[in-house]
Write a protein that binds this ligand. Structure first.
Ligand code: XMP
Length: 319
């Protein structure tokens, strides 16, 4: 019988049989797949699992603290947090081309992950949150998005001498099964049913050059938008929603004075497969609340716009 509980039992047995007495390393990204792997492996092998969580400075608002609170403090999973925001911002300085930014962010992840892995001895296995659609897609095309997505968490960059075996307990599962397992393992529903978040994070939602002050503003604007979507019940009616930072200055009035400040774009889409998407017809009142809150609560934003482009021709992300 295919219940979440049965799948978990089965996977725990398989993982134990596969790794024996070995120790496992996992790159925890905060996303659903790696989170479910962490919870599953923690249940299967407890302290023999070590997670590395790289805080890139390009994550959602306070996401680093939330990941640590949930996995390290609440569940007792061994998590090494690497605060690498400064390194990411330094590496991205002066770079404004989207693919160049993606490459830098991806490469830096592998570099940092390798550094952390090298500090640990007695690791024989590397766990990955590969799910069934990733297996299918990367078998078909090497240029597919799944390949790009998982390349962040790939073995590709690991030092030769480490020669780690791969543990991929979600390899046969679809996303909805992974989510059900996550809930069954005790992860908060809110986290497990979160909208997808791109590997390069805010790095591709800040148009052009990435700067720490832009990332800070964007993460806050995004948090306000998501908060309003959740409160109004629209979060679950949309497939993906987020804010985008436009490095454009626009005139506004703050108090009696004219201000010359940044623009935030809001994007919310409905889609089944993320290959095509419609912009979500959010109620005007909701958009109004979001706009007011973002402008009033954040210093440095004078204008909020809503993206009404479909995919195609526009993509879901702005870069
Ligand atoms: P686009 O913008 O191509 O996005 O319509 C489709 C889906 O893919 C996500 N996306 C990415 N995910 N690394 C990722 O891990 C990336 O570089 C990347 N670019 C886009 C996007 O968020 C959407 O869900």
């Amino acid at each position: 019988l295919w219940t979440a509980a049965n799948i978990i039992e089965d996977q725990i047995e398989r993982v134990r049989a596969q790794i024996g007495e070995g120790n496992v390393l996992l790159g925890l990204s905060g996303g659903v797949d790696s989170s479910v792997v962490a919870a599953l492996l923690h249940k299967a092998i407890g302290p023999r699992l070590t997670c590395v969580f790289v805080d890139t400075g390009l994550l959602r608002w306070q996401e680093g603290d939330q990941v640590m609170a949930m996995f390290a403090e609440h569940m007792g999973v061994k998590v090494i947090r690497v605060n690498a925001a400064d390194r990411y911002f330094a590496a991205l300085k002066g770079v404004d081309e989207p693919e160049a930014k993606r490459k830098i962010i991806g490469r830096l992840f592998v570099e940092i992950f390798d550094e952390e892995a090298a500090k640990l001895d007695n690791i024989q296995w590397l766990a990955q949150g590969t799910i069934y659609p990733d297996v299918i897609e990367s078998a078909g095309s090497k240029t597919g998005k799944a390949h790009v997505i998982k390349s962040h968490h790939n073995v590709g960059g690991l030092p030769e001498h480490m020669k780690l075996g791969l543990v991929e307990p979600l390899r046969e599962l679809f996303k909805d099964e992974v989510r059900r397992i996550g809930v069954e393992l005790g992860l908060p529903r809110e986290m497990v049913y979160r909208h997808p978040f791109p590997g390069p994070g805010l790095g591709v939602r800040i148009l052009g050059e990435v700067k720490p002050e832009y990332a800070e503003l964007l993460a806050q604007a995004d948090a306000i938008f998501i908060d309003e979507l959740r409160k109004s019940g629209w979060y679950d009616k949309t497939s993906q929603a987020f804010a985008v930072f436009l490095p454009v200055k626009s005139v506004g009035v703050v108090g009696d004075a004219r201000a010359y400040e940044w623009v935030i774009a809001l994007r919310a889409v409905e889609t089944v497969d993320f290959m095509t998407a419609h912009w979500a017809h959010l109620p005007y009142e909701l958009l109004d609340d979001c706009s007011r809150r973002i402008i009033n609560e954040l210093r440095g934003v004078s204008r909020v716009v809503y993206d009404i482009s479909g995919k195609p021709p526009a993509t879901i992300e702005w870069e």
